[in-house]
Design a protein around this ligand. Structure first.
Ligand code: DC
Length: 440
């Protein structure tokens, strides 16, 4: 199936969503879905039903695209114009409070989006309907500006409603959309907020189209220009870039579960079975990361110069001494992300070995998240005991849902007991990731 792309644009009424979403869809050649229009169509339909609780499965809705314009149909009735009436604005916001209504509208949106790249606008698209959208935007604008825009729009359609009334309607609707229990209007954490108060429509469209183009660009390009690595040293960026190209060419390198990847201080905890693991992790992590390497490697002149420049820090012995723990804790306190292989050393048989407790100790010291990661295919390409790697294979890195020390801390005051449980859960999570993998 062809790879599809989703741009989710959320925001309150009058923030410019519709105009912007249409512009972005047309610039990218994507299909435009206006979820508000579906709520409006449903409100229009419910007004015409005799039962007070009609069967929502009987509500059919589809979009017809004609010469770049979108028309909204219920059965064979074109309701495009009627659903913009002010009474439908209020009714749609009222019915949107009900979970059954939201469920039905969500189903319709997901059906329409199947197999196509879309720009979808609404209130809960990035947070509920398409939480995996590649681009999430949250548009805002101050209330007077939003009221002015809606007033101009209605005036063009022949409405005589005074500005003050339009503004009050918006305030009332905002309040209802923000405070309803099911899927209220909120900015999801990973959405990019754009305040459109002093921006032209063209500027907003351009900004979103640029974000989408960067996101759709080949990964190697993002690795070099992506914002996340902008603070990194040049050598770090070059090494990540070259490693990516090599891994892609030789090992058909793939990364999964990036939606689980956290912001801020975190320990990234992969299984370890091959020398190919550390570079794979450096490339897979979307943010700049730090890692540790045995101190003797730093005695070599070239490595001694290069390793610190690619965020690799020396550790003595097996890495369980206090000095190392302190160093990592310091990184975490600075909000940095550190890769630690919690098994301690490379597995001899590709099975995940019992994890060392140091990682739970660190998580409890820094009160941070730990991301379980499974690397598959690296052992097949270069297992322990072999002098050279095979130059062909398939390596995949899968990020799992992070474990948060804070969740364990509140479960019991017995820190040691919680560290044991944390370690056990982390081990289980790593084991269960990417198990369906088949290697060819
Ligand atoms: O975007 P709009 O003004 O056309 O939306 C009409 C109403 O539909 C809005 O007041 C709340 C509801 N709505 C919603 O609850 N969730 C969405 N994703 C889109 C619209």
């Amino acid at each position: 199936m062809k790879k599809t792309f989703c741009v989710a644009i959320d925001g309150p009424s009058g923030s410019g969503k519709s105009t912007v979403a249409k512009g972005v869809a047309s610039a990218l050649g994507f299909f435009h879905i206006d979820s508000g229009a579906i709520y409006r169509s449903l409100a229009w339909w419910m007004e015409r039903q005799t039962e007070s609780l009609p069967n929502l499965d009987c509500f059919t809705y589809h979009i017809v695209e004609k010469e770049g314009k979108f028309f909204h149909f219920i059965g064979d009735i074109d309701v495009t114009v009627e659903i913009r009436a002010p009474y439908i604005s209020q009714r749609s916001s009222e019915i949107a409070r009900y979970s059954q209504v939201r469920k039905r509208v969500n189903e319709l949106q997901r059906e329409i989006a199947i197999g196509r790249s879309v720009v979808i606008e609404g209130r809960d698209i990035g947070s509920v309907v398409f939480p995996n959208a590649q681009i999430k935007i949250f548009l805002t604008a101050d209330i007077d500006e939003r009221a002015r825009r809606r007033f101009e729009e209605l005036k063009l359609k022949g409405s005589l409603n005074p500005l003050e009334e339009v503004k009050n309607d918006l305030i009332e609707r905002d309040e209802r959309d923000r405070t309803r229990e099911d899927a209220p209007l909120i900015q999801s954490k990973d959405a990019v907020a754009i305040d459109t108060t002093n921006m032209t429509v063209g500027e907003v469209i351009e900004k979103i189209v640029t974000l989408a183009k960067i996101e759709r660009a080949p990964r190697f390009w993002k690795l070099l220009v992506g914002e996340q690595r902008s603070g990194a040293q040049t050598l770090y960026k070059i090494v990540v870039f070259v490693t990516y190209l090599i891994y892609r060419a030789l090992y058909r390198f793939e990364i999964e579960g990036l939606e689980n990847y956290p912001e801020g201080a975190a320990i990234i905890a992969p299984n370890h079975s091959s020398f190919l693991d550390p570079p794979a992790m450096g490339v897979a992590c979307p943010h700049e990361v730090h890692c540790l390497a045995k101190a003797y490697l730093f005695k070599n002149r070239i490595l001694g110069w290069a390793l610190p420049r690619i965020n690799t820090h020396p550790v003595m012995g097996d890495g369980s001494d206090l000095g190392v723990l302190k160093k990592i804790a310091e990184f975490l306190h600075q909000g940095k992300q550190v890769i630690i292989f919690p098994e301690g050393s490379r597995s001899k048989d590709n099975q995940v070995a019992p994890l060392k407790r140091g990682i739970a100790l660190l998580a409890s010291m820094a009160k941070c998240k730990v991301v379980p990661v499974k690397i598959t295919g690296a052992y097949e390409a270069w297992p322990r005991g072999k002098k050279f790697p095979k130059l062909w294979g398939k390596i995949r890195v899968t990020f799992g849902k992070p474990l948060d020390w804070k969740d364990y801390e509140i479960r019991s005051p017995n820190k040691k007991e919680m560290q044991i449980l944390f370690t056990k859960d982390l081990e289980e999570s790593i084991k269960n990731l990417g198990v369906k993998e088949v290697f060819r």
